[in-house]
Write a protein that binds this ligand. Structure first.
Ligand SMILES: NC(=O)c1ccc[n+]([C@@H]2O[C@H](COP(=O)([O-])OP(=O)(O)OC[C@H]3O[C@@H](n4cnc5c(N)ncnc54)[C@H](O)[C@@H]3O)[C@@H](O)[C@H]2O)c1
Length: 307
């Protein structure tokens, strides 16, 4: 089973599908013939999005879901598979929220909300669907939407950047095992999308205390920035190409190259050519790691052949 190139008839599950990047994905993959479960926490926005998709000829099914609710996630997966009569083989962990505010003012509530949706929601998506996709044996593809913000900390988006960094790492891990099951993995790292993310706080429950800025002036400024972001359909077309090419990373923003070079350059600069205090240490560590890896591989092969 190679990369997914034909989306026709496959069932896609897209979180955050009522708006922005998720809605763009629903349009693009729906037009490519996928049957699309559009999941979102906002029932009103979802109804409008699905009606719009239906007018465009997309076979779209609405799912009201808070991706931080694990039991609800499992029920949603059952309901979608029953509705379409087929398993989900395309998963898009796209829903996300951002909250801007100086990192030292962020409260526990802020961390819980932002990490809960952006990281916890992805974990829940993977735990819900990956075992089902493996069992179905039909291959497929999983995509998580992280951010270029996940490659670098930021004083104004501390919890968000931390969550996105974790999502990138998680997808790197899944990419080491899922291809053996015919399932491709992509982590999409956008820079700026024309979306409603500046209104994220409206999807939040009541916070006990918050360092997230929500005054009209600040939100208006953010709205202006994102109004110049990439069109969600263009972004979804870039993603489609990445899936077809089985690319782990999709970062379709040429303007971020210099920043990424600076970030990774800074990280590499912290690595010395030799350990001056114990020059032989590196060789010993590498040999120990190689022995451990060979042993672990042997154990995994034995366990696999026993099942
Ligand atoms: N907008 C940008 O510039 C930008 C940049 C980099 C990454 N991203 C990422 O792109 C993804 C999509 O965001 P967007 O920009 O399209 O924003 P958006 O606000 O337009 O869409 C996000 C959708 O997720 C939904 N959502 C929020 N919390 C949810 C929850 N708990 N359960 C289910 N649905 C929930 C919202 O209702 C909304 O419809 C996010 O992961 C975001 O972090 C956005």
């Amino acid at each position: 089973m190679g990369a997914v190139k034909d989306f026709a008839g496959r069932v896609a599950f897209i979180t955050g599908g009522a708006s922005g990047a998720g809605l763009g994905q629903a349009r693009v993959f729906g037009r490519a013939g996928a049957r699309v479960a559009v999941a979102d926490v906002r029932a009103d926005a979802l109804a409008g999005a699905v009606a719009q998709l239906a007018r465009q000829g997309v076979d779209a099914h609405p799912v009201v879901l808070d991706i931080t609710d694990r039991a609800a996630y499992a029920r949603a997966a059952d309901a979608v598979e029953a509705h379409f009569g087929d398993p989900v083989t395309l998963l898009f962990n796209t829903a996300g929220v951002n909250g801007f505010g100086s990192v030292e003012t962020m409260t526990y509530d802020d961390f819980d909300w932002i990490l809960g949706v952006n990281l916890g929601g992805v974990v829940n998506g993977m735990r819900t669907f990956v075992p089902r996709m493996i069992d179905a044996g039909l291959g497929g593809h999983v995509t998580s939407v992280a951010s270029v913000g996940g490659f670098e900390g930021s004083r104004m988006t501390g919890p968000y950047s931390a969550a996105k960094a974790a999502v990138i790492s998680l997808m790197e891990s899944f990419a080491q095992v899922l291809p053996a099951h015919g399932i491709g993995v992509t982590v999409l790292c956008p820079a700026s999308i024309r979306s409603n993310i500046s209104e994220s706080h409206l999807t939040r429950g009541v916070a006990e205390a918050t360092g997230v800025l929500t005054d009209d002036d600040f939100v208006g400024g953010l709205r202006e920035v994102y109004s110049h972001g990439m069109d969600p359909e263009h972004l979804a077309l870039h993603l489609k190409r990445a899936i077809e090419h089985d690319d782990l990373y999709a970062i379709p923003y040429p303007e971020v190259r210099d920043d990424l070079e600076r970030t990774f350059g800074r990280i590499l600069d912290a690595v010395p050519d030799t350990d001056e205090l114990a020059p032989e240490g590196a060789d010993q560590r590498l040999r120990a790691l190689a022995r451990f890896r060979a042993d672990a591989r042997e154990r995994a092969d034995t366990a696999r052949s026993a099942t």
